[in-house]
Design a protein around this ligand. Structure first.
Ligand SMILES: C[S@@+](CC[C@H](N)C(=O)[O-])C[C@H]1O[C@@H](n2cnc3c(N)ncnc32)[C@H](O)[C@@H]1O
Length: 202
């Protein structure tokens, strides 16, 4: 799950991997923001990208999977928002903004191994424009995930684990674990979304 080949395979068939619905914390935190430019890292099939584009954002969807990006682009086309989207094949672990900046940088359920999300938070923060927001959401460690292997479980994080990755000049607006009920294999399970929202002040 940490390297591109497994995701390329996952996205190679015809079946949808994700619901296509926007993520709950994205809707909760971004609905009230003024649309501008956005970057969604680990965008997968593009559900969040499309939701943002439909609300007036110009969105760059980024992922390390070429198949994932191709699917996302197809879905954006079908949703009629292709002209508000573009795509960027990047590995979040080595991400460099390269001079690009965005009013919103968001990532949902990206879990690099061995605590790597703290470094990723620092890398993504470089792409946030002054006055812009960084929203990072992932799974909080939980007994619910005992079906996953140990390295996968170790990759989960708490919002506060990410704080050391933020450079100076960010104001933390939210750093908490938010309860959410989801359905897995037809069964309701209670999980927590680790949610970090920060605003770049300088
Ligand atoms: C669990 S899925 C989440 C997809 C989407 N954000 C959502 O919430 O529906 C994780 C996504 O991140 C991508 N990904 C995983 N590791 C990555 C990395 N190091 N750099 C860029 N993308 C990565 C995968 O290809 C996959 O599309």
């Amino acid at each position: 799950m940490f390297e591109p080949p497994s995701w390329e395979e996952r996205y190679s068939g015809e079946q949808l991997v994700w619901s296509g619905n926007p993520n709950a914390q994205l809707v909760a935190e971004v609905s009230g923001l003024t649309p501008g430019t956005a970057l969604d890292v680990g965008c997968g099939e593009g559900g969040d990208v499309i939701w943002l584009a439909q609300r007036g954002w110009r969105v760059t969807g980024a992922d390390f999977s070429a198949n994932g990006l191709a699917r996302a682009a197809r879905h954006a086309e079908e949703a009629g928002v292709a002209d508000r989207t573009d795509w960027w094949q990047v590995d979040a672990r080595t991400f460099e903004a390269g001079g690009r900046s965005f009013d919103l940088v968001t990532t949902h359920f990206l879990h690099p191994p061995d605590g790597g999300m703290t470094e990723v938070a620092g890398r993504l923060s470089e792409a946030v424009a002054p006055g812009g927001h960084l929203l990072i959401v992932g799974h909080a460690p939980s007994e619910v995930f005992t079906h996953l292997n140990a390295s996968h479980r170790r990759a989960m994080f708490l919002a506060e684990d990410l704080l050391p990755g933020l450079p100076a000049g960010f104001e933390v607006l939210v750093a908490e674990q938010r309860p959410r009920t989801t359905v897995r294999d037809g069964v309701s399970v209670d999980i927590h979304d680790s949610t970090l929202l920060a605003r770049r002040t300088t």
